[in-house]
Design a protein around this ligand. Sequence first.
Ligand code: ARG
Length: 459
Amino acid sequence: AAPKTWSGRFSEPVAELVKRYTASVFFDKRLAEYDIEGSLAHAQMLNKVGVLSGDDLNAITEGMARILASIQAGTFEWSLDLEDVHMNIEKRLTDLIGDAGKRLHTGRSRNDQVATDIRLWLRHEIDALVHLAEDLQHSLLDLAEKHAETVMPGFTHLQVAQPITFGHHLMAYVEMLARDVERLRDTRKRVNRLPLGAAALAGTSYPIDREFVARQLGFDAVCENSLDAVSDRDFAIEFTAASALVMTHLSRLSEELVLWMNPRFGFIDMADRYCTGSSIMPQKKNPDVPELVRGKTGRVNGHLMALLTLMKAQPLAYNKDNQEDKEPLFDTVDTLSATLRIVADMMRGVVVKPDAMRRAVKQGYATATDLADYLVKKGLPFRDAHEAVALAVRYAGEQRKDLAELSLVELGTFSPLIAGDVFDVLTPEGSLASRDHIGGTAPRQVRAAIARARARLSA
Ligand code: ARG
């Protein structure tokens, strides 16, 4: 094997096991495109400040173009001996153009180079993820719009609580995703700063122009402290935390899909293309996809823990520990991206069963609160109204009837204030219509929420 770029001071070659243990090229080659982008901006800056000749810059530019083309074509030969993506590319550049390739690394270290690469890559991925999260919101909005009036039971403690609309329920997830997008966009601001120029840890003696490099690469600003620039990965932790929350929201939605698809709920069916059968039980149709979304949430939570733990005891500045930031980050992006895509499509294949939803509302005394509020509006203190309705529910239960199925005479035994107009509030529709304020479940409010969300998405 060829001697290492840095092997001048060593008297024996690195052990084979160590070579494998310390190499990162198998995974960090994913950063290649961004590594080249960063190198080109660095070379342009060196030329601008008079450290690199125009001929060298041209040779580097042409060499990098060839390297990028061969990476994209899949013909680039990655070498374990060359450790990581940075040295693989630099070595190839030098093979292609000679000494100019060796001058590229002037005033730079792999420490600020890799930090720059990850930030360029992550910025790009965040933009793609925001787009996917918005597409999922569109998919939920389309379904919510169709069901702005579809009655279903809302639950607390997984017990029937009050009538809501299915559209209102779905809009809760749109809100969660909107905050997720906000978090990702906010993270992006802190990702989008330039470490390059920090060199190994202390900066460099060359007359570099960091602001120029920042502008070339589309960064908002430079990292202001060289030690911090090369050593912190808080932006990666922050991104993974935001991702863990997205996954948590999708996991809750998935859990509900699994419950709703169970015949004891029977609220929905899922498109066959999103379910699988059993190799032994011929009758089975299993909701594997939402179950896996739930499961993969654990994986992303794990990556968050991995990165926090990676960082917690590192002394300043760069330590090789940081090479371990990449696989958790890559897997977080891959998992999140695949999950957002699949959930968006899965929601488009949900078959809603309004009859089953309505039956569940009827069976759960979901309008009991409405009856209590009715009595309050007629002058009874709320606690007394609560008591009167509790007795009515108990009686109705014994009769195996819904509150709305009791006669006026029967209802009258629980309060003399109950009159013929009571039946308006005992229906699910009456209950829904009465919750008519911003954030409420009245169909009119659900439609307004959908319109606001659509406006926000197209802004
Ligand atoms: N592969 C390394 C990483 O991912 C690049 C930086 C290595 N720097 C060093 N001094 N060993 O962090």
